[in-house]
Ligand binder design. Structure first.
Ligand code: ASC
Length: 549
């Protein structure tokens, strides 16, 4: 089946948390429309850019883009930004059932509200492995009242202006700013008459099982979600089935998606708080709340606020709690196993650095900048001088103390382009370290485009070669996003079997903006003819003009 969609991206005024600001919308909707497809379906989105004066692209997060690397929607990597008033056609296959989303991938447009859900069901005629009676989607985001231009300019100014913590957290695009519905919070009570800021009510029937699809597209915040009186059984992560496990609360990092099963086994006419709070950074943002409401005997849903206090998020710096959740995520039985060994090991040291006093993030001491000509075109057509040719390193050297701020914080910029042998198996060790300030090391969720990878393990401190022997080759989970914990490392393995140019980066929007990413290029000679609309800028535009002049 083919899903043919006509979308128009524009700004509109909206008040997701009852404070009005400009929001990036699709067809006048924020969040954008939900795409429902089946595995194997083709999705065609004719995307018209109706932003007055800026380019746009959309990335289909978790979709592998096999055979269509130009549809990955990464500005200056896989395609040229779509110009105002122009239309670009994204055509790709929904390759695997699972919970996905889409979002802007140019500058910080995701943080402006350019996102929505992409739900892929099992193939026609195939049976869903997980049994449930109904589905509920929860798209989580954080929300800033400052516009993204002020944020971006601040991040690249001297002195540096950090974006700070978000003003509110949103569930399906709605939230409450500076007030709370929960009775135990020391802040103003929200005005419930304002429907836009009323909590989302999830209506359920008693004695059923629901599949909650939980997705985080936050700009900055790591989140924790809990439902009063209901346990959650995690069954899917990033479009891959996991070995089911049951928890009282779950963590979710930007770029991740999960399915959690809940059973509505409480009193037939009851209601319960769902709360979402911030982890990993000292929270200044009130938790987001939703209400799980059972249909009562009179066929009516309870719309009053639950009597109990909402679940409280674990202490923001209780990393043991977060690790215990991440370590429980293991592959379901039928998951393909990783190859026994890798052909190449790349160790990427994540550091916060400075260039002439400007604050950056670097990998092996190089902060990523993107060239004016997207890599996919310049590599495919071997255009000379399209980007900085300096090869990035596979290792950062033996003497780096990850527990202390960098002795020499000075960094440089570069393309961070790794050329990967087609069909080879690659291990990447994401090595965390102390940031510029003493005793600070932050969470970074890393997202890989074009692939799933196996998470082989996590460790504390500096990764050592002997840690390879601890890798989980038995039931390593497949993911497209993996977190690195403060002062720790995370090991991933993937097979470079998808011709194209793929970003691999921290999914925290300001961190990517500050250079926290690398580019992987594989099997470029196998990329078919790239649609002209994807490469009509920079040196590839000149090439096209010369060919047809
Ligand atoms: O990139 C970041 O910058 C600030 C801080 O380190 C400097 O102000 C912060 O919390 C980040 O995550």
């Amino acid at each position: 089946e083919t899903h043919h969609l006509h979308w128009e991206v524009s700004y509109m005024f909206a008040s997701p948390d009852c404070q009005e600001k400009l929001v990036m919308a699709i067809n006048g909707q924020f969040p954008g429309p939900t795409i429902h497809a089946k595995a194997g379906d083709t999705v065609v989105v004719e995307l018209k850019n109706s932003l007055p004066t800026e380019g746009v692209v959309i990335h289909w997060h978790g979709i592998k883009q096999i055979g269509t690397p130009w549809a990955d929607g990464t500005a200056l990597i896989s395609q040229c930004p779509i110009k105002p008033d122009e239309t670009f056609v994204y055509k790709f296959q929904a390759d695997k059932a699972g919970t996905y989303f889409y979002h802007g991938h140019y500058g910080m447009q995701r943080a402006a509200g350019l996102y929505g859900l992409l739900i892929v069901d099992v193939k026609e005629g195939e049976k869903e492995k997980i049994k449930y009676d109904g589905e509920i989607n929860m798209l989580l985001s954080d929300w800033y009242h400052q516009d993204i231009y002020t944020q971006m300019v601040g991040l690249s100014s001297k002195p540096f202006r950090w974006i700070g913590e978000p003003q509110s957290l949103l569930i399906n695009g709605g939230g409450q700013f500076n007030c709370s519905l929960a009775t135990n919070q020391g802040i103003n009570k929200c005005n419930m008459e304002n429907m836009q800021c009323a909590p989302m009510v999830l209506q359920v029937l008693p004695n059923k099982t629901y599949r909650l699809r939980i997705i985080s597209t936050t700009s900055l915040s790591s989140l924790n979600l809990a439902i009063g009186n209901h346990k959650m059984t995690i069954v899917e992560a990033d479009g891959n089935y996991v070995d089911p496990f049951t928890v009282d609360d779950m963590d979710i990092y930007s770029g991740e998606s999960y399915s959690a099963l809940i059973t509505t086994d409480q009193h037939v006419s009851s209601n319960h708080w769902i709360s979402v709070g911030v982890r990993g950074r000292q929270p200044k943002t009130p938790p987001a709340l939703a209400i799980l409401s059972y249909l009562n005997n009179n066929s009516q849903y309870q719309l009053e606020l639950p009597k109990a206090t909402p679940p409280i998020t674990p202490l923001w710096n209780d990393y043991a709690h977060s690790k215990s959740f991440s370590y429980k995520i293991l592959a379901a039985k039928d998951t393909p196993k990783p190859p026994k060994r890798a052909d190449r090991l790349i160790q990427l040291l994540n550091t916060q650095n400075k260039i002439d006093g400007f604050i950056k993030w670097s990998l092996n001491n190089v902060s990523m900048v993107l060239p004016p000509t997207p890599y996919l075109g310049s590599l495919r057509y071997s255009l000379k001088g399209a980007f900085d040719q300096k090869k990035p390193r596979d290792w950062f050297g033996a003497n780096y103390n990850v527990m202390k701020p960098p002795i020499n914080p000075n960094t440089t910029t570069g393309s961070n382009l790794y050329e990967i042998k087609f069909n080879s198996t690659v291990d990447i060790i994401l090595q965390n370290a102390n940031a510029l300030a003493e005793n600070v090391s932050e969470i970074h969720p890393w997202h890989l485009h074009g692939h799933d990878f196996w998470v082989l393990g996590y460790g504390e401190g500096l990764f050592r070669k002997k840690d390879v022997s601890r890798f989980n080759l038995k039931n390593a989970p497949l993911r497209n996003t993996a977190v690195i914990f403060p002062y720790g490392w995370t090991a991933i393995r993937f097979v470079a079997d998808n011709p194209g140019v793929w970003a691999f980066h921290c999914h925290i929007e300001p961190h990517l903006h500050m250079g926290m990413g690398v580019i992987l290029a594989e099997g470029i000679e196998l990329v078919k003819e790239i649609p002209k609309d994807a490469i009509s800028c920079g040196k590839t535009a000149k090439m096209l003009m010369n060919n047809h002049g």
